[in-house]
Design a protein around this ligand. Structure first.
Ligand code: FE2
Length: 291
C-alpha cells in the first residue's frame, strides 16, 4: 500500500505521530445546532478528522430526530447510508437496550460491553463503510464509556514493530466472517477480506477488525497470529495511544470508522442510554474537497 521506506512515507509517519492527540478532549469542537454549523466550526471538525480520523462535537441539542442526524452528516459529504438489518427505514439506528425483536439478538442493542471492532467488519466488499456518526441523546447512569483508536496509528505501530505484520493483515483472506444464518435462511454470506486496505476512491487507509473470539476465522499462519497479538497489546495498553471518553447528551463522534469498544452500562428509569448511529459508504469530506 505505502511504499516501504520512501521519503514520502517517512514524512507522513512523522507528521501523523506529531499531530496525534494525547486525549479525546483535544478533538472536541463546540458547535451550536447540528444543522447550522458555521464555517469555523465545520473547519475545526474537519481538522480533527485530519489529525485522528475522528472528531467529537458538543452541541446544544441532545434530543434530535433522525432527519437532523442526516442533515448534519450531509455537510461532510455523507449521504449514502448503510441500511442494515437493525437500522430504521431511513438508515439511522437507535442504539438502546432492546429486549425483543431482531435487535434483541445483537450485543449493540444490549447493555453489555462491546469488544474492539470497526463497524461493518462483516460487510461484503461493495458495502464497506467509510464513515460512522454516533450522536448521544442520553447517556447511561453508569458505564457506557468508549475507547477509540485511529487505524492509521495501529498501522504505524504494527509496521514499526514488524513490516511482515502489515503484509499479513493486507492478505485478502486474512479475516473471514462466517455466514449469518437466521431461522429463515442465510441473512449474509461468509465474507473474507484483509484487515488493512487502501480505499480506491479516497486513497485512504481503511481497516476492518473484530476482537471477538467467536465467529471470526483468522488466516492460520504465524505472521497473522503475531500481528493479532501485537494489535491486542496496543489496544490494551493503558499508557498507549488509545483515547477514552464518555459521550454526554448533545455530544457526538464523527469518524472514518475508527477502532472502538464500549464498556457495559446500567440504565435507570430516569436515564436510559440512547445513541443515534448512522453508517456511510461515503468518506468524510468538506463538501467537494476530499480530506
Ligand atoms: Fe461499533
Amino acid at each position: 500500500m505505502f511504499q516501504l521506506n520512501t521519503a514520502s512515507y517517512r514524512e507522513w509517519r512523522a507528521a501523523k505521530l506529531a499531530s496525534y492527540p494525547d486525549s479525546a478532549a483535544e478533538l472536541v469542537t463546540e458547535i451550536g445546532g447540528l444543522t447550522d454549523l458555521s464555517t469555523d466550526q465545520k473547519g475545526a471538525i474537519l481538522s480533527s478528522c485530519r489529525r485522528a480520523n475522528m472528531a467529537i462535537y458538543t452541541c446544544r441539542d441532545a434530543s434530535v430526530d433522525r432527519q437532523v442526524i442526516r442533515i448534519f452528516a450531509a455537510q461532510f459529504g455523507l449521504r449514502r447510508l448503510d441500511h442494515h438489518l437493525c437500522a430504521n427505514e431511513d438508515g439511522v439506528s437507535e442504539l438502546a437496550v432492546a429486549s425483543e425483536g431482531v435487535r434483541g439478538a445483537y450485543v449493540p442493542y444490549s447493555s453489555r460491553s462491546l469488544s474492539w471492532h470497526t463497524d461493518g467488519y462483516y460487510n461484503v466488499v461493495s458495502r464497506r463503510l467509510q464513515a460512522v456518526l454516533l450522536h448521544c441523546a442520553q447517556d447511561a447512569a453508569k458505564g457506557g464509556r468508549n475507547a477509540v483508536l485511529d487505524p492509521e496509528i495501529a498501522y504505524l505501530h504494527l509496521r514499526d514493530t514488524n513490516p511482515d505484520y502489515i503484509t499479513a493483515f493486507e492478505h485478502p483472506e486474512c479475516m473471514e466472517i462466517p455466514a449469518n444464518n437466521g431461522a429463515d435462511g442465510e441473512i449474509r454470506p461468509a465474507v473474507s477480506g484483509p484487515v488493512f486496505w487502501c480505499d480506491p476512491t479516497s486513497g485512504a487507509l481503511r481497516m476492518r477488525y473484530s476482537a471477538r473470539k467467536k465467529n471470526i476465522r483468522w488466516r492460520n499462519d504465524a505472521a497473522t497470529t503475531a500481528a493479532r497479538e501485537c494489535l491486542s497489546e496496543l489496544l490494551g495498553d493503558k499508557d498507549g495511544p488509545v483515547l477514552r471518553f464518555k459521550l454526554r447528551p448533545g455530544q457526538g463522534l464523527l469518524s472514518s470508522n475508527v477502532l472502538h469498544n464500549r464498556t457495559a452500562f446500567e440504565d435507570t428509569s430516569a436515564a436510559k442510554r440512547l445513541l443515534y448511529r448512522a453508517r456511510f459508504f461515503d468518506s468524510i469530506t468538506g463538501g467537494e474537497e476530499k480530506l
